[in-house]
Design a binder for this molecule. Structure first.
Ligand SMILES: Cc1cc2nc3c(=O)[nH]c(=O)nc-3n(C[C@H](O)[C@H](O)[C@H](O)COP(=O)(O)OP(=O)(O)OC[C@H]3O[C@@H](n4cnc5c(N)ncnc54)[C@H](O)[C@@H]3O)c2cc1C
Length: 441
C-alpha cells in the first residue's frame, strides 16, 4: 500500500499516496527572475489559474502565476477526472423559482457549453489528458430517486437538449456490476480524463505562451495600490494591474475575498491495486463513469488504463490515520461493490472542494479582484470554461459574458463555523439516505 510518503510520515496529503502521480512527473516551471510589474497576477496554479494564465499570455499580457505548493497541488491533481455537463445543484425547478425560466435555461446551457468547449479546446490544442467519453451511469438507490432523476432529465432535455437514456432494472447489468440500484440513467456524452495530465498540459501551454509560473511561492498579502495591486511573497514584492484569485477550496485568510465566500469540504479518494481487466469489466462492463443518487454518494470509475478502479466521495475522516481512512472507504464502497476489501485499496488521498452558499460557481469582481471558483465539486469542465470567459473579460474580447455575471458571489454566513457545519450535515444526510433506502425496501 502506498500510504507513506518519502519521510515515512503517514499522510494522505503526500504525493506518493495520490494515484494520479504514478508515472506522471510534476510540472517544474522554468526558474526566471521576477519582474517588478505584471499586467496580471494569478494566485493558485490549478485548472482555473493555469487556464487563465494561458489565455491571457496568448493575448500578449504579462502574467505571473503564484502557487504556494507544487503546480496543481490542489483539487486539480486530486479529483476524479469525470467530465460532464455538471448541472446546477438546485435543478430546473429550484433555479426557475429563484431566477425565472429564461435565466434558468441560460445557466443550464453553460453546463452543456462547458463540456463542448473543453472537447474543442483539447482537440484544437492536442491536449493529451486521456479523455475518454465512455458515458456515465447514475444508479438510483430507490424508485423515488429514479423518478426524480428521470423527471429532471426530461426537464433538462426540453430546456437545453440534454442527452440521456433511462436504464431499466433488467438492463442495469449492462452498465454496472453493482446490485445496489433499482434502475438508472445513462449520460452518453460524459466521460473521464487523467486530472494530473491535464494540469501538466495547461502549465506547459501557459508557460510556452509566456506566462511566468512560480511554485513554492505563496501570495501572503494583496493590497490595493493606486490603480493596481501590490503582492507580497516571502522573498519579494511585485505589482500587478489586475489580480485573479484562483485558490478555490485551498483559500485561507491571505485571500479573504475568496475565503469568505466558500467552505472547503474534504473529499476522499481511493484507487485499487491493479485488479485485472476481467474484474474491472465486471464492475463497469462499458467502462463508464459511475455515480448514484442520494445526499451523500459515492462515485467511481475505471482508471484511464482500465487496470484499476477509483472511488471517491465524502467517505472518511481526512485527518484519521490512513489505515482507518482505508477501512472507512472500503466499508462505504461495499454497499455498492461488496467484494472490494481494504486490502484492494492501494492509494488513498483526499482533496478539498469549494462549496458556495448558493450552490453555484462564480466568476465575479469583488473589491477590484477577480474571483473564479466555487465549483461545488464539479470543476473540471467549469474551471476551463470560466477561465476562457474571464480571459475575454480581462483582455476586453467579445464573448466573455456568462449568466452568472449579475449574480453576486455571496459571503458564506458564519464562515468560521461552516466546515464544522458541513461535517455535521454530511453525517446527518448520510443518516437520512440510510433511512430512506430502508424505507423504500
Ligand atoms: C477529491 C476530489 C474529486 C473531484 N472530482 C471531480 C470530478 O470528477 N469532476 C469534476 O468536474 N470536478 C471534480 N472535483 C472538483 C475539481 O477538481 C475542482 O473544481 C477544480 O480542480 C478546481 O480547480 P482550481 O484551479 O479552481 O482550484 P485548485 O486546483 O484547488 O487550485 C487552487 C490552488 O491554489 C493554491 N493556493 C492557495 N492559496 C494560495 C496562496 N495564498 N498563494 C499561492 N497559491 C495558493 C493551492 O495550493 C492550490 O494549488 C473534485 C475535487 C476533489 C477535491
Amino acid at each position: 500500500m502506498r500510504f507513506r510518503d518519502e519521510s515515512g510520515v503517514q499522510t494522505s496529503d503526500s504525493s506518493s499516496s495520490n494515484y494520479w502521480n504514478l508515472g506522471v512527473p510534476d510540472f517544474v516551471p522554468v526558474d526566471r527572475p521576477l519582474r517588478a510589474e505584471y499586467d496580471v497576477a494569478v494566485i493558485g496554479a490549478g485548472y482555473s489559474g493555469l487556464a487563465v494564465a494561458w489565455g491571457l499570455a496568448r493575448h500578449g499580457l504579462s502574467v505571473l502565476v503564484l502557487e504556494e505548493r507544487s503546480i496543481g497541488y490542489g483539487a486539480s491533481s486530486r479529483n476524479g477526472g469525470m467530465v460532464g455537463p455538471s448541472f446546477h445543484e438546485l435543478g430546473m425547478v429550484g433555479l426557475t423559482r429563484k431566477y425565472g425560466e429564461e435565466k434558468t435555461k441560460s445557466i443550464m446551457r453553460t453546463s452543456v457549453d462547458a463540456l463542448a468547449y473543453c472537447r474543442e479546446l483539447f482537440e484544437k490544442n492536442q491536449i493529451d489528458c486521456d479523455l475518454q467519453l465512455t458515458g456515465r451511469i447514475r444508479g438510483a438507490r430507490s424508485t423515488a430517486h429514479l423518478d426524480a432523476i428521470v423527471a429532471e432529465c426530461a426537464r433538462l432535455k426540453a430546456a437545453v437538449g440534454l442527452a440521456y437514456e433511462v436504464v431499466s432494472p433488467s438492463e442495469l447489468h449492462l452498465h454496472t456490476g453493482s446490485n445496489a440500484y433499482v434502475g438508472g440513467v445513462l449520460y452518453p456524452m460524459d466521460g473521464g480524463l487523467h486530472p494530473k495530465r491535464l494540469v501538466n498540459a495547461l502549465a506547459t501551454r501557459a508557460e510556452a505562451a509566456g506566462a511566468q509560473i512560480c511554485q513554492l511561492t505563496p501570495a501572503c498579502r494583496i493590497e490595493k495600490r493606486g490603480r493596481g495591486f501590490q503582492l507580497s511573497m516571502p522573498q519579494a514584492v511585485v505589482s500587478a494591474q489586475q489580480v485573479v484569485i484562483a485558490t478555490n477550496g485551498y483559500s485561507d485568510s491571505r485571500v479573504p475575498a475568496m475565503n469568505n465566500r466558500i467552505v472547503p469540504i474534504d473529499v476522499s479518494v481511493a484507487a485499487t491495486r491493479p485488479l485485472g481487466m476481467d474484474r474491472v469489466r465486471a464492475m463497469s462492463p462499458r467502462l463508464h463513469m459511475h455515480g448514484e443518487s442520494g445526499r451523500v454518494f459515492i462515485w467511481s470509475r475505471p482508471s484511464p488504463d482500465h487496470t484499476r478502479f477509483i472511488f471517491g466521495g465524502r467517505l472518511s475522516r481526512p485527518n484519521a490515520p490512513l489505515h482507518v481512512q482505508c477501512e472507512q472507504i472500503a466499508t462505504a464502497v461495499q454497499r455498492i461493490y461488496p467484494d472490494v476489501l481494504p486490502t484492494d485499496l492501494e492509494y488513498v488521498w483526499n482533496g478539498k472542494i469549494a462549496y458556495t452558499s448558493d450552490h453555484a460557481p462564480h466568476l465575479n469582481e469583488v473589491d477590484g479582484l477577480w474571483l473564479i471558483g466555487g465549483y461545488c465539486g464539479s470543476g473540471v469542465t467549469r474551471s476551463l470554461f470560466f477561465a476562457d470567459k474571464l480571459v475575454r473579460k480581462i483582455a476586453r474580447q467579445p464573448g466573455g459574458e456568462t449568466p452568472f455575471d449579475d449574480i453576486a458571489f455571496p459571503v458564506m454566513p458564519f464562515r468560521r463555523l461552516a466546515p464544522l457545519g458541513a461535517r455535521i450535515a454530511t453525517s446527518y444526510y448520510g443518516w437520512l439516505d440510510q433511512r430512506d433506502s430502508k424505507a423504500s425496501k
